[in-house]
Design a protein around this ligand. Structure first.
Ligand code: ADP
Length: 170
């Protein structure tokens, strides 16, 4: 059984992440969305909020597209990804590639992960064209300025972003 581990900070999860997740789920036996606890990034959402939005996002995408999510799970990890993945049977790391600009850092990270653990390979999935301009950071920036991002994130993510930037419940 091959397990695809898809690491990230998911702050918050977007349709770009979900598109990669479900494509990976059709290629591998199991997909684990691995939420990085010790990310050096300053996050907008707490770990618990990000977990909750990831759960909601997976269930929503599955229902909307009528694709099973039975082989998709969420986990948290601390420390080195190369160590964390060894918990799983035949692990591979999944990453999404949007543009050439993603390539350089992803290339470095994939080689470093293999340097830490030579048994672990990284598989890159090319972003779907419709989400290739989408990132969590850009969504947060648009939300901060009350722009249009409704179709880029699941409904609960949209509501939570709206609440964060409007200081009230939707
Ligand atoms: P990180 O903190 O590691 O950058 P992110 O949550 O920002 O984590 O992203 C996790 C992974 O998802 C990365 O491989 C990133 O390239 C990929 N990704 C993010 N947005 C998209 C998108 N719109 N389409 C495809 N892949 C994406």
């Amino acid at each position: 059984m091959t397990t695809a581990i898809y690491p990230g900070s998911y702050d918050p999860i977007t349709y770009g992440h979900l598109n990669i997740t479900f494509r990976a789920a059709s290629l591998f036996d199991k997909v684990i969305l691995a939420l990085a606890i010790n990310s050096s990034k300053q996050c907008l959402f707490s770990l618990e909020e990000r977990m909750e939005l990831m759960k909601h996002g997976i269930a929503h995408y599955s229902k909307e597209k009528n694709i099973s999510d039975s082989n998709i799970e969420i986990a948290q990890f601390d420390g080195l990804l190369a160590n964390f993945v060894t918990k799983y049977e035949k692990p591979v790391i999944i990453r999404g590639l949007r543009a050439v600009t993603d390539f350089e850092s992803e290339y470095q990270m994939a080689l470093m992960n293999r340097y830490q653990n030579y048994q672990v390979d990284t598989v890159f999935l090319i972003a779907s064209l419709r989400y290739s301009f989408l990132s969590s950071s850009i969504v947060k920036e648009i939300a901060r300025h009350n722009g249009n991002y409704k179709k880029l994130v699941p409904p609960a993510v949209y509501d939570r972003l709206w609440e964060k930037f409007n200081n009230r419940t939707k």
